[in-house]
Design a binder for this molecule. Structure first.
Ligand code: ASP
Length: 583
């Protein structure tokens, strides 16, 4: 903690920060009973406050009335105690806690609150079922692991704020009750009581407001912004989450990326997170897809994908030949030396099929470069040699390949690569992905979708949407996208045209985004920005598997808050006021 608490009736020191340099002083501390032990006529209490633990000793003679009171203390009772801080005898020094060299010999104690037995112990790191932890989050947050995570999260945000302030950013709030912004997810809606039948949307991001701030001349904006997306919470998502959201005027891609590198290098350093120093590599989207089968590649391991089509164009193997003749590819990677039983190969094949491939080719490289593979008999030695050599294969290696159209091959091999890769978890790898396609064709809806969002500046010929690239960039850490942003459109005609490409007729564009289109007409500077998922960053830096472990009060996968019981039905009167009918 930065400084001792101002002395008051409860305390004048943080319990967890007292060391031998303060021995001999009379001090007052306050906190919770973490643990109690009775030993040889003495009572020992580990007192816990946010700063850590301190051993209190109650002696039948010197502690007076406090001794009798200490006999009745139980876990999680709250107390304030005064005593003399003394060095522990050599044999009793506890190297496991920061205050292990000292203890407080209590002279007086006041019990401030009693506690019932908590639903699970606070002082043990035992496995407690997560729903029990979430239902009693206020108790769970007392545990050291949770406290450490939230302290770390605070440090991350603090460094972000400090760095951005040094670079002249202003922290500006944007509305929570707003109009829908298209980020591609479903909105949470809030019915308006004063305008029955109308709804606010909770922001999926402050995107349009931050762009408007640039048009209003604020130059550099940031916000630790709460965002809301009503998605099915697969994997590790939350319906509300926090972004570091920022925007800058008169910038290009490298200005934003460069500043973000400086910011994150400082965050990582402050948190003891050993990331390589910037600049971090920039990898084009196409290359990322070709080499790693993913636009968020985990670079902590190799297993790089290669296109081996050129060696097989004249092959007699019909399955390959057919795919190649119709414009497809044969790609594969060297999974390295591994004993792979038939059952595992079947599982990999099944995974490949589930991901969209027609099949998976596997081959073990044997002595002399010969393949053991169901397709070996269809290929010539020269073809096998050429493929092996491009994949850098040696005896004992398992080679995996897929023949399909380029997108399917990338996706399938990317999935297999992740399944088989064994990342070196002692190091971290960052990479910027750039040069994204601007739009992708939405087969189901029969229209183009923006890959990033409709406000990202496109590059290329607007009359050929499929060929357009965008000025977007994503930052990927250990295979997880931690942030993304872009240089924006600042020309009203381009913005109109892009909305049109996305299937939005002029009238609709005007109705939904009239305020943006207007702002673009009144002098909009070139601008760009980015947003980072703060929960995700904090989880990775803290080494936690789930973002729930770095959020004080998270929700479950079904969007429930098990502690407060949200979401909950409301009474009929409230429904009526809002013009809503029960479902
Ligand atoms: N608004 C974007 C998002 O929330 C980020 C950005 O373009 O700045 O993903």
């Amino acid at each position: 903690m930065n400084r001792p608490p101002a002395a008051n009736r409860y305390r004048d020191a943080w319990a967890g920060e007292l060391g031998a340099d303060r021995a001999g002083q009379r001090l007052r501390v306050a906190g919770w009973v973490h643990r109690r032990r009775d030993h040889g006529g003495l009572i020992f209490i580990d007192l816990r406050d946010r700063s850590g633990l301190l051993q209190l000793v109650f002696h039948p003679e010197t502690s007076g009335e406090a001794f009798a009171a200490a006999e009745r203390l139980r876990s999680e009772h709250v107390l304030s105690a005064v005593g003399t801080l003394v060095r522990r005898e050599e044999a009793n020094v506890n190297p496991n806690i920061a205050t292990g060299e000292v203890e407080l010999q209590v002279e007086e104690m006041e019990v401030l609150a009693q506690a019932e037995t908590p639903p699970f112990p606070v002082d043990e790191d035992g496995q407690v079922d997560e729903s029990t932890r979430l239902a009693h989050r206020m108790i769970d947050l007392r545990r050291e692991a949770m406290r450490d995570a939230l302290v770390l999260r605070d440090r991350i945000v603090r460094v972000m704020r400090e760095t951005l302030a040094e670079h002249d950013f202003l922290e500006i709030e944007t509305p929570i009750l707003t109009r829908s912004t298209p980020e591609g997810a479903r909105d949470f809606l809030v019915p308006s009581r004063m305008q029955p039948g109308s709804f606010y949307a909770l922001p999926q991001s402050p995107q349009l407001f931050k762009q408007l701030l640039m048009m209003s001349g604020y130059e550099r904006y940031y916000q630790i912004a709460r965002c809301f997306r009503d998605e099915d919470l697969r994997a590790d998502r939350q319906p509300e989450f926090t972004q570091l959201d920022l925007e800058m005027s008169f910038v290009e891609e490298e200005d934003v990326m460069g500043l973000m590198e400086r910011l994150f290098a400082r965050v990582f350093e402050a948190c003891g997170f050993s990331a390589p120093p910037p600049p971090w590599p920039r990898l084009g989207y196409d290359e990322a897809m070709a080499r790693y089968g993913s636009d968020r590649p985990d670079l902590r391991f190799g297993l790089e994908i290669h296109d081996v089509s050129d060696h097989l164009r004249g092959t007699g193997f019909k399955a390959f030949r057919g795919v190649l003749d119709s414009g497809g590819v044969v790609r594969g990677f060297n999974a390295g030396p591994r004993e792979t039983p038939r059952k595992e190969l079947d599982e990999l094949t099944e995974l490949a099929q589930r991901t969209g491939a027609k099949g998976l080719v596997w081959a073990f490289v044997q002595e002399g470069g010969v393949w053991r593979s169901p397709i070996a008999k269809f290929l010539t030695d020269a073809e096998m040699q050429a493929v092996s050599s491009q994949l850098g294969a040696s005896e004992g290696d398992l080679l995996l390949a897929v023949a399909d159209d380029a997108c399917v091959a990338a996706e399938v091999l990317g999935t297999l690569r992740l399944r088989l890769g064994e990342p070196d978890t002692s190091r971290h790898e960052l990479v910027w992905i750039v040069d994204f396609p601007a739009f992708e064709w939405n087969e189901g809806e029969g229209r183009w979708d923006a890959l990033h969002h409709p406000f990202t500046a496109p590059v290329g010929d607007l009359s050929d949407p499929g060929s357009l690239r965008s000025r977007a960039y994503d930052l990927v850490l250990d295979g997880t996208e931690i942030g993304g942003g872009s240089i924006r459109i600042h020309d009203v005609d381009v913005q109109r045209r892009v909305l049109e490409i996305l299937g939005m007729p002029e009238e609709e564009a005007q109705a939904r985004f009239g305020f943006l289109l207007d702002a673009l007409r009144y002098g909009a500077p070139p601008h760009g920005g980015i947003a980072f998922g703060l929960d995700r960053v904090a989880a990775i830096v803290a080494g936690r598997d789930s973002i729930r472990d770095v959020i004080a009060f998270p929700k479950t996968a079904s969007g429930a808050d098990l502690m407060t019981g949200a979401p909950a039905p409301v009474d009929a009167r409230q429904m009526k006021e809002l013009g809503l009918r029960p479902a």
